[in-house]
Design a protein around this ligand. Structure first.
Ligand code: ATP
Ligand code: MG
Length: 445
């Protein structure tokens, strides 16, 4: 992509409405534009990152054997009356009437819809286990939409639902989700710690939230600092392997880590004092096992091995796809702007031409652009006739992790400069070496 043709409405001034750094930087980098409270347009740069995050979620869900599907955003109130949540949800639910006066709503989550699909189409225990998910827009009329995409009213969420014959099977589904979420967040360059949480209006017995530690987080959390030493890495997981998934689950959840809703002071005090930490966290996902709550209410049964109808055991699992942009920026930025982890960066590297119009510099930039594109990567080429300082400031603000700087002086010596956004360190090398280095960096992303 050439910056001269890109729609990147960067702001020079700090927008006064933004209270936290991720919101400020997303507005300044031209990623989003608010249309009304908690509702945003996703401009090209923001949309690109949203898609990257979404793709990682899709890949990891499907790696775990979960099937993608899509349910409507506008739903009839009838299903929600059956589960009792049409009343329970209260003012967070956006309600409307169609032209025939029928009650409709914009879906805040989709347990009812998926349970209806299940009860109509699945009749036998032989069709289990089954896990389906979608990545779809949700609407919750939050009392206080704030912090940009972190607490929106319209937001993008992955929601998945498992159906199992027995509690044991459903607990395996729970563990499998926990494991696949660990991997999902790490691919985005994030440490998201599973913490025992409260189930809220979804209901249920077992639930963990995934929290990214950040001062601007809305949740207060209590944890044993040993949990921050755990990394998932590139483990080879067989998601059908019950013991293996349970093992990883144990490893990541036995140490104390809880949100304030479930915090237990006495238990916490058993953690050695120097490891006892209190911090703030951003909830980027949650998994639930809720047994037969919805299948009982909505009569979702299958025929069991003995021919008798049994209600299915269910769980649901969410990832805040749009919130993740804010969480990643909160965890990775400096005073000059965003620093995207390689896994989610909108463009893999920037190319900055220090002297646009200089024949040699232009030719060298074009050649770099071609070679990097040929690797299957996407460079963002700043080909505008602007001074170098302005170009650097834009690149720093939008946070591409790598920048190649090309100027007539370096080219006289046959070199360009490769700079890391994270460390600020630069290295001179010939253009081919720079391309090879970029290829190497992204070989695993
Ligand atoms: P919260 O406690 O932050 O209101 P929740 O527990 O009600 O969230 P879930 O129903 O668990 O949310 O939804 C799954 C995920 O969707 C959450 O973990 C969060 O990352 C994201 N999410 C929830 N509400 C919002 C929102 N208003 N704006 C953006 N993302 C949200
Ligand atoms: Mg939650």
């Amino acid at each position: 992509m050439r910056l001269s043709r890109y729609f990147l409405p960067v702001l020079k001034e700090n927008p006064s409405e933004a209270q936290i750094v991720s919101h400020r930087l997303m507005l300044r980098a031209g990623m989003i534009k608010q249309s009304s409270a908690g509702i945003y347009s996703w401009l090209p740069l923001g949309f690109k990152v949203l898609r990257k995050i979404e793709n990682i979620v899709h890949e990891e869900q499907q790696r775990a054997g979960h099937m993608p599907m899509l349910m409507p955003t506008i739903q009839s109130a009838d299903l929600w009356r059956e589960s009792g949540r049409y009343d329970d949800y209260g003012e967070e639910m956006l309600r409307m009437k169609d032209r025939h006066g029928r009650d409709m709503l914009f879906t805040p989550t989709a347990e009812e819809m998926i349970t209806d699909i299940f009860r109509v189409h699945v009749g036998s225990y032989k069709d289990l286990p089954l896990t389906m998910y979608q990545i779809q827009w949700k609407f919750r009329d939050e009392v206080r939409p704030r912090f940009g995409v972190m607490r929106g009213r319209e937001f993008y969420m992955k929601d998945g639902y498992n159906f199992d014959l027995t509690k044991e099977d459903a607990l395996h589904a729970y563990n499998r989700h926990l494991v696949s979420y660990l991997r999902t967040y790490e691919r985005m360059g994030l440490q998201a710690i599973p913490m025992r949480a409260d189930s809220g209006p979804i209901g249920g017995d077992d639930t963990h939230e995934f929290l990214v530690l950040a001062d601007t987080g809305e949740s207060e959390v209590f944890y044993d600092s040993a949990v921050t030493d755990l990394t998932f890495g590139d483990r080879d997981i067989d998601y059908d392997n019950v013991e293996q998934c349970a093992g990883v689950m144990q490893e990541f959840t036995t140490k104390y880590a809880r949100t304030d809703e479930t915090h237990d002071e006495a238990l916490f005090n058993e953690v050695p004092e120097e490891r006892r930490k209190t911090a703030r966290g951003i909830e980027v996902g949650q998994i639930f096992y809720f047994g037969t709550k919805y299948s009982d209410a909505m009569k979702a049964t299958v025929q069991g091995p003995d021919g008798k109808p049994v209600p299915v055991h269910m769980g649901s699992h969410g990832i805040g796809v749009s919130r993740l942009l804010g969480a990643i920026i909160e965890a990775s930025h400096d005073e000059n702007g965003i620093i995207w982890p390689e896994g989610v960066t909108p463009y893999h590297c920037g190319i900055v031409n220090l002297k646009q119009g200089d024949e040699e510099a232009d030719t060298a930039c074009e050649a770099l652009y071609k070679s990097i594109t040929a690797l299957g990567l996407e460079p963002l080429y700043d080909d505008r006739k602007e001074r170098a300082g302005g170009k650097f400031a834009t690149m720093d603000l939008i946070g591409l992790p790598w920048r190649i700087t090309v100027g007539p002086r370096g080219l006289k010596n046959g070199v360009v400069e490769l700079t890391s956004r994270r460390t600020g360190e630069s290295e001179e090398m010939n253009p081919d070496a720079a391309v090879a280095k970029i290829a190497e960096i992204y070989a695993n992303h």
